[in-house]
Design a protein around this ligand. Structure first.
Ligand SMILES: [Zn+2]
Ligand SMILES: [Zn+2]
Ligand SMILES: [Zn+2]
Length: 423
């Protein structure tokens, strides 16, 4: 690993999530609370990777390395449109667990044992007084309003023709499920600049995320910036301008030129982290903490299995959660490996991220996560690298890819047919 300069040293007592009542039994009991504070640092590399996160102290397996909330976050447009009801700021489920199960199993008379294990607190929900968009708490309402919602609030009444709804409809036609990104992350970034007391400072914070739309060294450009999306990008850019109107500040308008807009799209594409929450999984984790008698626990396990089978039958099993994406400052400096030593978790049933070690990490060792999901991670080197090049603009040179370097460039049949569909 080539290291040029040290940017920052973080020194954090990483035990907060373990103390939280919302952490699951299985996770918190497996979790190690570090004796000494976990130390890591962000370093600048002179390779195309840019930054990387490096352990300063030894980090035992299953340790929380850090926790953080996103710089900006948004639920996916189709997910929201299809009734996956979540806080507009932090994605905490707004449904009680029975309503969640009823919706996904189409069984209206659902009763669950241990209802007190449901985390959804309807009495704490707060709507925006102007547009009635709902938040899980007063604190989410306030933060959203102070950061971006003041600019983006569509107001009350016929909202069909307001610029936000027009943009949402157009976006949904461009990006069908399975969703991987959303234009509303970009819109919220621009609104954050408009509402920032110091606009220049906010722009700097945004540009601290890697935002290359092209990897010049490897001649890779982001898949959303290919010729097939050219007309759609022009259309989206003009719709976003209407949402942002009447702001005229140069700090915002630099991102509404063709080049500026493309760099923001690339920034979001290469840095966004997916988040999923569900009232049912939160209930399940809470029930695990009850330490039930063996027989009662077995009954719960059976019931949970039945519910998942019903959900699978009704939804195809793929769309069970509230889903969205966020930009995370610290997490964005963690590079990819196909054999990662850390993993991202969401134990708080909202957008709060925990970076957790999977293995023992030595001092000086780079901390890596996988940008691929479990399923993609088990594909051939060729398929993994194709996905990473298209979405993250780099050729993976992790130890696993190098050790498989002599494998032929073949994909399995399933992957080959997907590859054709891509083209
Ligand atoms: Zn919230
Ligand atoms: Zn509002
Ligand atoms: Zn790799």
């Amino acid at each position: 690993m080539d290291v040029d300069t040290e940017i920052q040293v973080h020194n954090e007592q990483a035990s907060t999530s373990c103390a939280s009542g919302q952490a699951s039994a299985s996770t918190s009991s497996e979790m190690k609370i570090p004796q000494a504070p976990v130390q890591f640092e962000v370093r600048q590399t002179d390779t195309s990777k840019g930054r990387c996160l490096v352990a300063v102290t030894a980090i035992p397996a299953k340790t929380v390395i850090f926790e953080e909330e996103p710089f900006v976050f948004s639920q996916f447009a189709w997910n929201k449109h299809c009734g996956y009801s979540a806080c507009d700021h932090c994605l905490r489920p707004l449904e009680i667990v029975e309503a969640n199960i009823s919706r996904l199993t189409r069984n209206n008379n659902f009763m669950l044992p241990y209802p007190e294990s449901c985390q959804t607190k309807k009495n704490q929900h707060e709507p925006c007084p102007d547009c009635l968009i709902t938040y899980c708490s007063e604190s989410c309402l306030k933060t959203a309003y102070q950061e971006y919602h003041k600019t983006l609030c569509p107001g009350y009444g016929d909202t069909k023709h307001d610029p936000m709804s027009v943009l949402e409809n157009a976006w949904r036609k461009i990006h069908y499920p399975p969703e991987t990104t959303t234009i509303f992350l970009l819109v919220r970034l621009l609104a954050r600049i408009i509402q920032a007391p110091d606009k220049q400072e906010m722009v700097q914070k945004i540009l601290n995320f890697s935002h290359k739309s092209v990897n010049e060294h490897e001649k890779l450009s982001h898949k959303f910036l290919g010729d097939q999306f050219k007309d759609q990008l022009i259309e989206l850019r003009s719709m976003v301008s209407r949402v942002i109107y009447p702001d005229q500040s140069p700090e915002v308008h630099q991102f509404l030129t063709s080049e500026g807009f493309q760099s923001l799209i690339a920034l979001i594409g290469t840095n966004a982290q997916g988040v999923a929450t569900s009232a049912f999984s939160a209930w399940r984790r809470n029930v695990e903490t009850l330490r039930l008698r063996k027989k009662d626990q077995e009954e719960v396990d059976e019931l949970v299995e039945e519910i998942y089978e019903d959900m699978e039958r009704c939804t195809g099993g793929e769309f069970l959660d509230n889903e969205g994406v966020g930009l995370y400052v610290k997490q964005s400096s963690v590079n990819h490996s196909c054999d990662p030593n850390a993993i991202v978790k969401f134990w708080n049933n909202n957008f709060r991220l925990s970076l957790v070690s999977k293995k023992n990490i030595e001092p000086g060792e780079e901390i890596c996560i996988s940008y691929l999901d479990e399923c993609e991670l088990h594909r051939s080197r060729h398929s993994r690298q194709k996905y990473l090049k298209e979405n993250y603009l780099f050729t993976c040179l992790c130890p696993k890819c190098i050790s498989e370097g002599d494998d032929p460039d073949v994909t399995s049949e399933e992957e080959a047919s997907e590859d054709e569909n891509d083209e």
